[in-house]
Design a protein around this ligand. Structure first.
Ligand code: NAP
Length: 249
């Protein structure tokens, strides 16, 4: 895989899966725009510094990707600084878990805005540039929960199922312009998002994974790099589960 001369934007890349994706894409030659919320500015700068240490360009832009003006600024800054956008990775996401009977409107809106609306906003903004250059890769991080559902995660499951519908629709709309759109559905990955589970909950989860272990951010990053590459040019509208077989049920 060689992404030399390509520019990628990875949302929510101060830490976790987004950081691993940004570093992997840089390792295979891309220059990277890293993004996260203002509160994560220091961690975001460290991701950018790690990318520069790989001899790639890195631009750190703090922006809330659920906010239309922030997304407009993020994409404009990326293009004015690095000249183009070839790859968009919609990674930013949060959870606000609660049983449906107790879920507040705010729990619902926060997750739908950050996990789904952000992917719509960023995709719409970058397509302008990708359509002109007749090449592009949109890769959105969904979740096996968007395929299987999960008690206590109605908001998150709905958002991630929405990401899958968005991905398939984009694939049909822009395929003729040389742009592919795919989703990755991670299973249980070791990050801050999953660190609050106690040992008993962890063991119960691992028992549902055919490969018998929790995944790493790097496992997800490897799949993103493939889908971003020239080698994946005939793959679009797909959902790739990176889950140790968890979604097999
Ligand atoms: P994480 O460590 O919490 O990373 C998510 C990043 O997104 C954080 O840096 C977070 O910033 C950032 N973010 C949150 N709201 C944002 C906003 N409005 N604008 C820009 N950035 C924002 O979680 P992760 O596990 O790496 O998750 C990455 C993606 O993978 C998410 O879409 C998640 O749903 C998905 N996923 C994760 C798992 C898993 O097991 N970990 C499984 C399936 C899918 P702050 O931390 O500063 O809030």
């Amino acid at each position: 895989m060689d992404l030399s001369n390509k520019v990628a934007i990875v949302t929510g890349s101060a830490r976790g899966i987004g950081r691993a994706i940004a570093l992997k894409l840089a390792e295979v030659g891309a220059d990277i725009v890293v993004n996260d919320i203002a509160a994560a500015a220091d961690a975001l700068e460290s991701t950018a510094a790690e990318i520069r240490a790989l001899n790639r360009k890195a631009l750190a832009v703090t922006a809330d990707v659920s906010s239309p003006p922030d997304v407009a600024r993020l994409i404009e800054t990326a293009v004015s600084s690095l000249g183009r956008i070839d790859i968009l990775v919609n990674n930013a996401g949060v959870t606000r878990d609660q049983l449906i009977m107790r879920m507040t409107d705010e729990d619902w809106d926060t997750v739908l805005n950050i996990d789904l609306k952000s992917a719509f906003l960023c995709t719409r903004a970058v397509l302008r540039y990708m359509m002109k250059q007749r090449w592009g890769r949109i890769i959105s991080i969904a979740s096996v929960v968007g395929i299987m559902g999960n008690a206590g995660q109605a908001n998150y499951a709905s958002a991630k199922a929405g990401v899958i519908g968005l991905t398939k629709s984009i694939a049909k709309e822009v395929g003729s312009r040389g742009i592919t759109a795919n989703a990755i559905a991670p299973g249980f990955i070791e990050t801050r998002m999953t660190e609050n589970l106690d040992e008993k909950q962890r063991q119960a989860l691992v028992q549902r994974i055919p490969l018998g272990s929790i995944g790493t951010p790097r496992d997800v990053a490897e799949a993103v790099a493939f889908l971003a590459s020239e080698e994946a040019k005939y793959i679009t509208g797909q959902v790739l589960c990176v889950d140790g077989g968890m979604a097999l049920g």
